[in-house]
Design a protein around this ligand. Sequence first.
Ligand SMILES: Nc1ncnc2c1ncn2[C@@H]1O[C@H](COP(=O)(O)OP(=O)(O)OP(=O)(O)O)[C@@H](O)[C@H]1O
Length: 367
Amino acid sequence: MTHDGDRLVTAEADGDDQAVEAALRPRSLDEFIGQERVREQLSLVLHAARARGGTPDHVLLSGPPGLGKTTLSMIIAAEMGVPIRITSGPAIQHAGDLAAILSSLSEGEVLFLDEIHRMSRPAEEMLYMAMEDFRVDIIVGKGPGATAIPLELPPFTLVGATTRAGLLPPPLRDRFGFTGHMDFYGPAELERVIHRSARLLDVPVDDDGALEIAGRSRGTPRIANRLLRRVRDYAQVRADGRVSREIASLALDVYEVDASGLDRLDRSVLHALVTLFGGGPVGLSTLAVAVGEETETVEEVAEPFLVRSGLLARTPRGRVATAAAWKHLGLVPPQNAASGQSGRTGQPGLFGIGPEHGGNPAPSANE
Ligand SMILES: Nc1ncnc2c1ncn2[C@@H]1O[C@H](COP(=O)(O)OP(=O)(O)OP(=O)(O)O)[C@@H](O)[C@H]1O
């Protein structure tokens, strides 16, 4: 495991984010920006459940961190007018932990289980029965004398969140009535997220300023909100508090987040690849040594976004800089530079989709 929590452009929540995020969360489906498909589908599920006077089917939300899975689960509860209980897979290590939570749910309550793919196996098996029959068997005693005491549960809605639906065992996946796939946001959607947050935080931001921040936010609302807060600081300290394109750009230059959302680590990987290794191919560990980082940091922290942006390719022979990477660094790409792909736009840049989202998975070259 690597820690990238101190990076401004990490999609994971840090301690600083949590309090502000609570204030910035949209509270209804109408307020939730983007993800039109998921929003429409979910709205149908919730409307139908309300019309029947029942609880909605269990919902699985899959997608990268910071795109709004927790927010959507809270919206589901709010739209249904029921309470929500929030926990996560890693917090449920024993079946007993889960039994305690399930048995204390009230009728119709939403149970949000983040990182559901990281739950322990016994807890997962208990969840199968709870989801299907609203019942669990509590095992009392050990060995041959153990007995199962059935416990009826009130109907509830499980909202599971995972970064990869493919990691879930099929029996668990099949028990969700609806799966929503969340994708990275486009610049126009992020611009709306930034305008909305700026209103709530009382920061005057013009359209160009919002778009400038959006362009550096890696398709992720959590990052957009974090960058907005840093830009707000800059605008207050070095200007009159208003955020224009120029102020946003100067502020994010100070924080070393460039126009495409790359930070210092991302750029140093590309720089080493291009200047020291002629664009590659070069093995991962050699590249890591060249930038003075752990192999895992390069692989898990820097590479996913570089690949998604169409700047770096993983090939069987090693890491390769694409033509776009050379251009990004202001250099002329050699004739044979890899063309690179980024899933959604077909252009190198922000909003492509990496291997985990339908791109071409390339074999890892760990040397
Ligand atoms: N569609 C959206 N519109 C407006 N704000 C959003 C939207 N999606 C996310 N946000 C904001 O982004 C922040 C992160 O969202 P959230 O915590 O729901 O993400 P997540 O997908 O659950 O992340 P993780 O998987 O890391 O828990 C929140 O502050 C939320 O307000």
